[in-house]
Design a protein around this ligand. Sequence first.
Ligand code: GTP
Length: 379
Amino acid sequence: MTKKPAGNLQDPITYVLTLIPAEPPERAIRLRRQIMAVYSYCLLWVGTILGVELSAFAPNTPHLMMFSVLFAINLVFFLLIRSGLSERLGDPSLTILQMATGIILTTVILHYTRELRGAMLSIYFMVMTFGIFALDRRRQMAMAGFTLFCFTTLQVYEWLETPQQAIFSFLIGHWIILALILCWFIYMGGYIHNLQNRVRDQRENLRDAHSRLEAIAVRDDLTGLYNRRHFLERLEEELSLANRNHTPLYLAIIDLDHFKRVNDNYGHHSGDEVLSRFARIASQGLRKSDLLARYGGEEFVVLFPHATEAACEAALERLRRRFAEQGYSFASDIKTTFSAGLTAFQPGETADQLIKRADSALYGAKSRGRNQVVQLPLS
Ligand SMILES: Nc1nc2c(ncn2[C@@H]2O[C@H](COP(=O)(O)OP(=O)(O)OP(=O)(O)O)[C@@H](O)[C@H]2O)c(=O)[nH]1
């Protein structure tokens, strides 16, 4: 979908980008750089025309031809990036190719400059700037070497072509200035590139830490199930959904029977193993849409959205049977059971009211002898 340009004042690059359909982020960045390149060439063209008009450039400067060729090359680059074909290349943003094109063009422009040559050397640095964010120091050095090679070739060519016009001190002076500034570019470019990598790494670490923290905030350490706080938040959401859509919602509170005895007879470690085992079989046995959480200690909760009473009872019974069949390494003769209280959400009631009724149902299951599921109100 093509976005409409915003009403407020935008820079030309942003404006052109608003006309292009949305792209994957990496490609969008590449296209942005591509448009920046075209924008720079437009400025350069204007500068060259002015230079010719003001007689600062040779009058026979073929600026129209130079820039037509350049726009054609840039169009090819643009299409390669836009179509995704450049993704198959080692350098998908085509930075090196584009910089090389820019350096060659700059060398050709320099050939037509007269007294302005010293000032016009700065165009090389404009091209080098494009490499700072995309190339590592080794590649930036290669591009700087290529720049120096092109400029040296130009100087040697002019020296041989028109030796009478060449002033040695000017030639060597320009060469030294270019070489020194390129050295500075390599140093600063490498520094900025490393800085950028470090910022990127830090951002990734931060994102990792954030998702780890998020997991810690909603999960219980021992069982990996959702914790009480997360459950209560989700319960509020589910209650308002059930209220709004008039959909059924059931809540079960599950409490492991005589769990204290496990701890007392076999140690806390064995108790932890029983808790983890329950969490595992409950996670495997319930539907993805059911919300299972550790409510505290040896107490668990399950929220059944969009379920029927029969389906909830069947799920809890299945879980109760499976839990009772479990074998443990710390004691061969132990049988683990749980009691559960199940209740249906009544429209308009609060989470507290719902939890209290499920708790009463659980109390009923315990007082009736444990190892069973009791529903309230009794059906
Ligand atoms: N191993 C272990 N024990 C825990 C954990 N959290 C709570 N407990 C223990 O769970 C036991 C709960 O005991 P009670 O509340 O008396 O309940 P119960 O023994 O299961 O008895 P009933 O609920 O009446 O069947 C206590 O001994 C707690 O120390 C835990 O994370 N790990």
